[in-house]
Design a protein around this ligand. Structure first.
Ligand code: ADP
Ligand code: MG
Ligand code: ZN
Length: 504
């Protein structure tokens, strides 16, 4: 079933309407055990091997709150400048779905642990936009369904479905913004910058690795349009589980264009969930949205209320790390880079790796160059996150050191990195195994230079005659003969010396 969606151009949509957004981000906490039982949260185990009567919803099994989960939720709330509830409860959100054996999700409803905060995010041009936070609440993840036998992995066309409850009960924090107004044409950029900033914050707090590509952090993008000058919000659509920064931006942009087309043609937007498709950058209709009352929320009778003492909250506040935005501003000063370049490093998830490489001894320019160049390219090609590449910051620092000392030039350094990534060993081992060293032995260089001059008498004559630019061809010949292992600047000097020509 393919249907094309009518769109108006982005510019035309913005000429008539103001976008309003709401972002709901789910973060899987990195606790060792689940939110309400002692089952392990370790990824990659045999399906259904990490389950117990509690997370399978067996009769008589009783849940117990994971204290580390509550602590993480409070830390997130504090870092988002939220108030922390003195007393709050869990609630049952009732609905049936096969991936949820209890028939309800244990969540929080009208009593979230944290509420009324904000997060400042920085846009590409350096401007700061403040996103207001409605709430951050605790809940649990569902299991996973695997639909088998169809072409798409979706339930349509599948012959049967398999269920894995290992994920059921893993702690989640859901962070919900207030309606984001006033971003105008920059709404998609704000959405992306907000999720990027939140990811940095969560990582800095150490409560989750917040890997979007692994589903540890996912974002629902609510969006509506209203004509310029109108106060009342339009009807929103809710694009679910968007799982990369780039997709968050594209999903918002697409929905702006789609809503505008519907509204322009006199149609009405229906409140529904939608799915985002990476390949086309478009969204398609999901299900018509339930209202809160459909879930028949009620306070969870099997769990005691959570009442964090003010002393504990203050203790946790004292452990908060430097805000990532403040840290980036500090690093920008130290490294001498502009807001745009810092944003690129943020979006690439490269900042921690660069900092670690500098701590291991590299200068900041080299650390940035390798992580944002060669390594970013390699990560892109293999579809991996930078931190998953099989190279450590210390190893990158070692490569930078070999370049500084003149043992390697950039070209050789790239080959060393390639070798490390290919599992050939440490940088020094790759240098040895592949025989990669700048030829600095003057005797060997002179011989190669003599050979290049003898082999290219025409070019040599031109240079003698004053066409110094032609030296490039001879340098090229020497570099080729030494398999790129010569110091090109020194080679040029030697050639000009031999031909009796001064530079310039
Ligand atoms: P639900 O759980 O039904 O998705 P929530 O109120 O928890 O509802 O979340 C909705 C999100 O969308 C919030 O971030 C909210 O600020 C935002 N929102 C609410 N109404 C609108 C609207 N008309 N247009 C855009 N965003 C909206
Ligand atoms: Mg929602
Ligand atoms: Zn369990």
């Amino acid at each position: 079933m393919t249907t094309t969606t009518d769109l108006v151009s982005y510019e035309d949509a913005l000429a008539t309407y103001d976008p309003v957004m709401g972002l709901e981000v789910h973060v899987e906490l990195g606790t060792k055990t689940k939110m309400f039982c002692g089952c392990s949260t370790e990824l990659g185990a045999e399906p259904n091997s990490q389950t117990c009567p509690t997370c399978l919803g067996m009769p008589g099994a009783l849940p117990v709150v994971n204290a580390t989960g509550v602590e993480s939720a409070i830390k997130i709330g504090l870092a988002l400048h939220c108030e922390i509830a003195e007393w709050c409860r869990f609630a049952r959100k009732n609905y049936f779905y096969p991936d949820m054996p209890k028939n309800f999700q244990t969540s929080q409803y009208d009593e979230p642990i944290a509420f009324n905060g904000y997060l400042d995010v920085q846009l590409e041009d350096g401007e700061i936009f403040r996103v207001q936070i409605e709430r951050a609440h605790m809940e649990e993840d569902t299991g996973k369904s695997l639909h088998v036998g169809g072409a798409t992995g979706r339930i349509h066309g599948a012959s049967h479905s398999l269920l894995d409850y290992n994920r059921a009960g893993i702690p989640l924090i859901e962070i919900v913004t207030k309606p984001i107004e006033g971003a105008g044409e920059r709404a998609p950029e704000v959405a992306k910058a907000y999720v990027a900033e939140l990811r940095e914050l969560i990582k800095a707090l150490g409560v989750s690795e917040a890997r979007m590509e692994q589903g540890q952090m996912r974002c629902d993008v609510n969006l509506s349009l209203r004509p310029h000058g109108r106060d009342k919000f339009g009807t929103r659509s809710e694009t679910k589980n968007v799982n990369s920064l780039r997709s968050v931006e594209r999903a918002a942009r697409f929905e702006i264009q789609r809503h505008a087309a519907v509204l322009n043609s006199g149609g009405t937007i229906i409140q529904e969930t939608r799915h985002f498709h990476e390949d086309t950058g478009s969204t398609t209709s999901g299900r018509v949205k339930e209202e809160a009352e459909d879930y028949r929320y009620f306070p969870e009778p099997d769990l005691v209320p959570v009442a964090p003492s003010r002393d504990w909250v203050e203790e946790l506040r004292a452990t908060l790390p430097e805000q990532p935005l403040a840290r980036r501003n500090r690093l920008r000063e130290e490294w001498g880079v502009n807001a745009h370049d810092m944003q690129s490093m943020l979006n690439a998830g490269a900042i921690d790796s660069i900092v670690a490489t500098i701590e291991a001894g590299a200068d900041s320019a080299s650390a940035r160059k390798w992580w944002m160049g060669e390594l970013a390219r390699s990560a892109n090609e293999s579809g991996k996150a930078l931190e998953d590449l099989p190279i450590t910051p210390a190893q990158v620092a070692r490569v930078a050191e070999l370049v500084t000392s003149g043992d390697l030039n950039d070209k050789l350094a790239r080959q060393v990195i390639e070798g490390v990534l290919a599992g050939e060993g440490t940088p020094d081992e790759v240098v040895d195994k592949r025989g990669l060293k700048v030829v600095s032995d003057e005797g060997a260089l002179t011989a190669a230079v003599d050979e290049a001059i003898a082999g290219n008498p025409g070019i040599a004559d031109k240079i003698r005659g004053g066409k110094v630019q032609a030296v490039g061809a001879l340098v090229g010949a020497v570099m080729k003969a030494t398999r790129g292992q010569a110091d090109a600047a020194r080679v040029k000097e030697l050639i000009l010396e031999k031909l009796g020509v001064g530079e310039g």
